[in-house]
Design a protein around this ligand. Structure first.
Ligand code: B1M
Length: 214
């Protein structure tokens, strides 16, 4: 078994080739995909964030680490997504307006697909009216929003207000998550659920649909 701390190091140092190679080897050795994400890759991004706060890293380093994480996630994402069966429900997902962080949102989308949901991914920088318009057009059951910045998280309240204005609040559940989000904030804005992780998001979405949480 290889030393997986090297995967942590590869993401921290922004070495996409090594991150991808180590992920490939680990998967070939039957290491659980979520173990790679939760124990090595996500903690590596936290370390990158700490270095950024200390001014040891700047935006170019953040971008290189994000690229390394994405290169490894490309191998993991197909393993998280299920195929075939009738969807449990339809989810419109995106990162809120003004926010370009998409690694966590992409993980949540992959996990929801793996949990049997049809996922409509609107990408990043999604304004409230886009979330609501798409949910209405596509007859979605859930809107799932991600925010990584304290300056953008308030846009989540905007989406809930827009749902109320459109007369859809009773029909569409709203789930929220991302590093600065807390249960308290979710309660304050009137969201139906808060998930601290991509795994939580699936449990929340199943609960919102009234499906037993496995
Ligand atoms: Co930025 N960034 N960034 N960044 N960045 C943070 C978020 C920051 C905390 C770094 C720091 O200072 N420590 C800080 C925010 C401070 C704050 O608001 N309190 C910050 C800043 C300041 C900025 C800029 C303003 C920097 C600048 O330009 N001066 C700028 C803003 C750009 C913008 O968005 N408008 C910026 C830019 C960037 C990059 C583009 C360079 C890059 C993003 C690349 C990309 O995503 N494609 C980037 C990165 C990489 C980070 C850090 C280092 C890593 C984020 C990440 O990918 N984490 C981040 C520090 C950190 O978070 N530790 C930081 C890994 C990912 C798996 O975790 O996204 O939390 P996360 O998702 C988790 C859970 O939160 C949860 O599940 C996921 C998996 O378990 N979850 C959900 C997420 N969404 C959910 C939705 C749900 C449920 C669960 O719905 C139900």
């Amino acid at each position: 078994m290889q030393d997986l701390s090297k995967l942590f190091d590869a993401v921290v140092s922004g070495d996409a080739t090594t991150a991808r190679t180590l992920t490939e080897l680990a998967l070939a050795e039957n290491v659980e995909p979520l173990t790679l994400v939760n124990k090595f890759m996500a903690p590596a991004m936290d370390e990158v964030g700490r270095r950024f706060e200390r001014c040891d890293y700047f935006v170019p380093e953040l971008l290189l680490s994000a690229r390394a994480m994405k290169a490894a996630l490309e191998l993991i994402r197909p393993l998280l997504t299920a195929s075939g069966t009738e969807p449990v429900g339809r989810v419109v997902i995106g990162t809120v307006k003004g926010d370009l962080h998409d690694i966590g949102k992409n993980l949540v989308a992959a996990m929801l697909e793996g949990g049997g949901f049809e996922v409509i991914d609107l990408g990043v920088n999604v304004p409230p009216e886009k979330f609501v318009g798409t949910a209405q057009e596509r007859n979605a059951h859930i809107i799932s929003m991600s925010a990584l910045l304290t300056t953008t998280m308030l846009s989540m309240r905007g989406t809930i207000d827009a749902l109320k204005t459109a007369g859809l609040r009773d029909r569409i559940k709203v789930l929220v998550g991302g590093a600065p989000i807390t249960q308290r904030f979710a309660d304050e804005i009137g969201a139906d659920g808060y998930g601290a992780s991509a795994v939580d998001a699936v449990a929340l979405a199943r609960k919102a649909m009234g499906v037993p949480v496995t």
